[in-house]
Design a protein around this ligand. Structure first.
Ligand code: ARG
Length: 573
């Protein structure tokens, strides 16, 4: 807690109790119920020191604490001392901050001079762009945007899976069964079908594995035919991925594929060898991690090719050299947790001190409830089809709710796609997510469309004000937010005040869901305010102006938050 009101309460408590300010800061909390005020000091842990029971301590402190004009009341309730702000001063303070910062309200210089590298999305180009990669894309993009807003220098890396065993399989499938013309006509689905067939036939015919391995060896050795086919496959895969990124409006600063790091195999092996850490095991070369109760980290296969581990180690060392990051984050599903622990431990054994700045931000699995998704080939879910379906269902809802909406098609796209993005971000990262269209697209639920709808609603209030009264900006600038003292107004002001803190927590814990939850809370109290109190027809021009300023504050923060989550914020819906 760091706002001037908290600071004032802390100073007053310290003066009355002879506790030092940092102790008080740690103790001070936000009470669970709004009628208890804005801050509370729990006195339980003070009992020992003061040799009194917590209720007595609270009662005595409440009398002794001398706060200034920022507070309207300091009261003992059981073992707590509760602080109630002076509503008028509080509203003025918060809205002045929002008004003066505008769209940069909440951005701190917390990250000034620091660099974040975030490795996200990173699909495997031999396979279809999967739902898991959609989650990684949405979560990684939000982590990137939140940090950038907080002042970090950000590098977004797409560690494209353009190398490895999958490509051996795809090369084999293409050469054994592929019809080049058919593939050329519709590359991605055809290649996916070949890849799927390979894996199906493998069960009956394990000999196929050697077909894949031998081709991978040839590829690694630079065989011309293999290299040119592989180029063709990854070009098509990249194009497919680019299409998805364009739909989602996601960008990367660096899209060096994994293959680039296959070339660094000698360097990686050399580094571990030099420290006596590379051990031969059944023809392969490994780093033994038994002491840490992990399976070994394999640097080189018995075929002499690089591994997912060695490529990641090479990439990590390269990134540290290039960017000298303060924080390096990998966003993948939980099944890769062991992989990253192995990579981090192996790098740590090389004796570097920066490995503690590396984090894996794992996320839970995503599935479809009553999956009625069409699938063109195999039982793979094509991401583009998911997004298309979201748009189509949204179009139906808009047709029903607001058939005359101008620019309906574009808005259906913005809402449908953002709904899917929000569904990826609205619960704790590590929880599994079950997609259900009805739930995700419910305009009244805790959903993306609900947030967008609230934003559009508040935009429309401002439009109507402008139509009736002229320049809203001038009125907002001149308004006196000190008039906002109703419960419903205070709730909104409190929520606006929380924005910077919650963003910072979301960044620190790599948890975009803190922001999504915050925005749902904000939309809820804001709608409640609008339903309970008249805004445009409020009593008196001054109160109307103050309420319009509050509406504008809500609109500003909703828009900012939606943007940080990688969502659109249409102004009408
Ligand atoms: N391509 C990998 C997969 O789909 C994810 C890569 C994540 N990033 C990394 N540096 N390993 O499983």
């Amino acid at each position: 807690m760091n706002d001037p009101f908290a600071n004032e309460a802390i100073a007053a408590i310290a003066a009355a109790s002879e506790l030092d300010e940092s102790t008080v800061r740690q103790l001070l909390t936000v009470p669970p119920k709004e009628e208890m005020g804005e801050f509370a000091l729990p006195c339980f842990t003070l009992a020992k020191q003061f040799r009194k029971n917590p209720v007595t301590i609270a009662t005595e402190l409440a009398v002794a604490i001398d706060v200034g004009e920022s507070f309207a009341a300091v009261e003992a309730v059981g073992p707590y001392v509760n602080f109630k702000v002076d509503r008028s001063r509080f509203a003025s303070h918060v809205l002045d901050q929002v008004r003066s910062a505008g769209s940069s309200y909440g951005s701190l210089d917390q990250g000034a001079g620091k660099t974040l590298v975030v490795d996200f999305s990173s699909p495997n180009l031999a396979k279809p762009f999967s739902i898991a990669h959609l989650r990684s894309t949405a979560i990684g993009n939000a982590i990137y945007r939140i940090h950038r807003f907080l002042g970090w220098q950000c590098v977004g890396i797409n560690h494209l899976g353009d190398y490895g065993a999958n490509f051996g399989q795809l090369l084999a499938a293409y050469q054994i069964w592929g019809d080049p013309e058919q593939v050329a006509a519709d590359p991605v689905p055809e290649l996916v079908a070949l890849y799927t067939r390979f894996n199906q036939e493998l069960e009956a015919d394990p000999g196929l594995q050697e077909e894949a391995r031998s081709r991978l060896r040839k590829l690694a050795a630079g065989d011309e035919e293999m290299v040119s086919l592989w180029r063709y496959f990854i070009d098509e895969g990249r194009k497919e991925a680019e299409r998805v990124y364009a739909i989602l409006d996601v960008h990367f600063d660096d899209s060096t594929g994994e293959s680039h790091y296959a070339e660094a195999l000698q360097e990686v092996v050399g580094a571990f060898d030099g420290k006596g850490l590379a051990v031969e095991s059944e023809g392969a070369l490994i780093v033994d991690l038994e002491e840490w109760e992990m399976a070994p980290c394999m640097l080189r296969t018995s075929n002499g090719t690089s591994t997912y581990h060695s490529r990641d180690i090479a990439a990590l060392i390269d990134r540290e050299r290039k960017y000298g990051f303060d924080k390096m984050v990998y966003v993948t599903d939980v099944r890769q947790s062991l992989h990253f622990r192995q990579v981090f431990k192996a790098v740590e054994l090389l004796g570097v001190d920066w490995v503690e700045r590396c984090h894996h931000a794992p996320f839970g699995m995503l599935s479809f409830k009553g999956a009625n998704l069409s699938t063109r080939k195999g039982n793979m879910v094509f991401l583009e089809e998911v997004l298309d379906q979201a748009v189509e269902l949204t179009r139906e809802i808009i047709d029903e709710k607001n058939p005359d909406l101008e620019g309906k098609e574009a808005i259906a796209r913005q809402v449908g796609i953002s709904a899917v993005v929000f569904a990826d971000l609205d619960s704790r990262r590590t929880r599994d997510v079950v997609f259900e269209w009805e739930e995700i697209l419910n305009f009244d639920g805790e959903t993306g469309p609900y947030l967008q709808y609230t934003h559009a609603r508040f935009c429309s209030i401002l439009r109507r004000f402008t139509q009736a009264e002229g320049d809203a900006a001038a009125v907002i600038a001149a308004a006196d937010p000190g008039l906002l003292t109703e419960d419903a107004e205070l709730r909104v002001v409190r929520q606006l005040e929380q924005y910077p803190l919650r963003l910072q927590q979301a960044g620190d814990e790599l948890e975009p869901s803190y922001l999504s939850t915050y925005l749902i809370e904000l939309a809820t109290v804001a709608n409640k305010f609008y339903n309970e109190l008249p805004v445009l027809s409020g009593p008196g021009a001054e109160l109307v102006a103050a309420r319009v300023a509050l509406v504008d504050g809500v609109r500003t923060v909703l828009r900012s938050g939606l943007d940080l989550l990688g969502m659109n914020a249409p102004e009408a819906m």
